[in-house]
Design a protein around this ligand. Structure first.
Ligand code: F6P
Length: 371
């Protein structure tokens, strides 16, 4: 089949790196004689007519490499579980396929995480010509070392940890910082290391309050009231992943609404932990949930490079008819090697922190790093 016209969409949580990927795709596709159109708000645009595909010329996307988020918009639409008029969630995947045909699209490039690419994998099994581009600040997709957005989020969280030191130091607080990542602790672990947090709590290993108190005591002693004694640390920073939970506790959710993929909104573990520190120790504690700004701002250099490369590689895959695949990277720019992997790899599994290799379960930190 000769591919002449393709549609690109972005689904799930936005992430810096998506717009560079679209630019990379459009530029390389045009070199290969393929026209690209943008589909707004993820899979939603293929379910709810009227359709409004945006023609993506080189001139349209020329400046997109600098933009955070996604200029195409995003949603958490699941065509396999979409509410009908009665509010029942039904399978509308055949409508997606029919609408792609109506739009005269020969193939789809879907940029997303486990949910968006999970839909892509299932549509591919139904015969749709599709290529995936991996994106999520959680960096938890199977089959690739890098997912767009992770490096920018790492930069954003590290900056906040840095800023949190000033008030914590001035007032002698234990500052608890809650970081995204749902069920994988990559972002919490590496931002905690980069920002030199004292304690890092991950979804992959249930923590013990007593151990947190012991670690605080090891650093701070009995008191934090030593403002003029440079030898005596008087504050501490704890980074906690939103999906972390205590051994005798449970996952803490913001509210019990679930999205179309069955995910609850996580959030609140930092507040629970800081209240426990306040009630069980003599330390003053404060908490902050970083929330969506973690995903905000312009893409980092790594996300720009990886986005442009992922997009271009996807265009080549389309031109060569290598459908049913996701672009994958071994390593991260500049030392990376791109290839294609079967997109069904993303179904039913996520990539989490390898606790036995990386995490010190006594010190709640990266293994083998002097603290
Ligand atoms: O998957 C990306 C992510 O940012 C997770 O880290 C987080 O749990 C979730 O999205 C938040 O969902 P929403 O963007 O719908 O609030």
């Amino acid at each position: 089949m000769t591919v002449k016209r393709i549609g690109v969409l972005t689904g799930g949580g936005d992430a810096p790196g998506l717009n560079p990927a679209i630019k990379g795709l459009v530029y390389r596709a045009s070199e290969r004689g393929i026209e690209t159109v943008g589909l707004s708000d993820g899979w939603l645009s293929l379910l709810d007519p009227p359709f409004d595909p945006v023609p993506l010329e080189r001139s349209t996307v020329r400046r997109w490499d600098r933009d955070g988020g996604t200029n195409l918009g995003s949603s958490r639409t699941n065509p396999f579980k979409t509410p009908n008029a009665l509010g029942e969630r039904i399978d509308r995947s055949s409508e997606v396929i029919a609408n792609i045909e109506k739009l005269g699209l020969d193939a789809i490039v879907a940029c997303g995480g486990e949910d968006t690419l999970g839909v892509a994998a299932r549509l591919s099994q139904m015969g749709l010509a599709i290529i995936g581009i991996p994106k999520t600040i959680d960096k938890d997709l199977a089959g690739t070392d890098y997912t767009l957005g992770f490096d920018s989020a790492l930069r954003n969280v590290t900056e906040v940890i840095e800023r949190a030191r000033t008030p914590a130091g001035s007032h002698g607080w234990v500052q608890v910082i809650e970081v995204m990542g749902r069920h994988s602790g990559h972002l919490a672990l590496w931002s905690g290391v980069a920002g030199q947090a004292d304690i890092i709590l991950l979804p992959e290993h249930a923590f013990r309050y007593e151990n947190v108190y012991r670690l605080l005591n090891d650093k701070l002693g009995d008191s934090t009231s030593h403002p003029r004694d440079p030898q005596h640390p008087r504050y501490s920073v704890i980074v906690v992943a939103e999906g972390a939970y205590a051994e005798d506790g449970e996952l803490i959710i913001m509210d019990d609404r679930h999205d179309a993929f069955g995910h609850a909104r996580l959030g609140g573990v930092a507040e629970v932990l800081s209240r426990r520190i306040l009630s069980d120790t003599s330390y003053e504690a404060r908490s902050v949930i970083l929330g969506h700004p973690q995903r905000g701002g312009p893409p980092s250099p790594v996300d720009r490079i990886m986005g442009l490369m992922f997009g271009a590689r996807a265009a080549d895959a389309v031109a060569e008819g290598e459908f049913g695949n996701m672009v994958s990277s071994r390593g991260v720019a500049p030392a990376c090697d791109l290839s294609l992997v079967d997109i069904s790899m993303v179904l039913g599994k996520i990539d989490t922190v390898d606790v036995s290799r990386l995490y010190d379960t006594e010190r709640y930190h990266l293994k083998g790093i002097g603290m």
